[in-house]
Design a binder for this molecule. Structure first.
Ligand SMILES: [Ca+2]
Length: 90
């Protein structure tokens, strides 16, 4: 009577397999979304911190986080604060 359906060996119709596959994909997407909401923001914060630790805007070798003189002229000798001679720490 259901002559139009293609059945596999376990007797599931093709449309049932497709529906279950869609349900599984939706559940997987929801689980991934929840995990990203729970843990994604933390990894973004850590990523931002790592990026901040690498940033040296004036290229004087002192990262911005510790650089007290952020606009040191290029190729200047700098002290541990990132300031060239005569430059006032901000
Ligand atoms: Ca500097």
């Amino acid at each position: 009577m259901l002559g139009g359906y293609i059945m596999n060996k376990k007797g599931m119709a093709l449309w049932e397999i497709v529906i279950w596959a869609i349900i599984l994909l939706v559940v997987a997407a929801v689980v991934l979304f929840i995990f990203q909401k729970l843990f994604g923001s933390e990894s973004e914060v850590v990523g931002d911190e790592i990026a901040a630790l690498r940033t040296d805007t004036d290229k004087d070798g002192i990262i911005d986080k510790f650089d007290k003189c952020k606009d040191t002229p290029r190729d200047s000798d700098v002290d541990a604060r990132g300031c060239a001679p005569g430059q006032k720490p901000a």
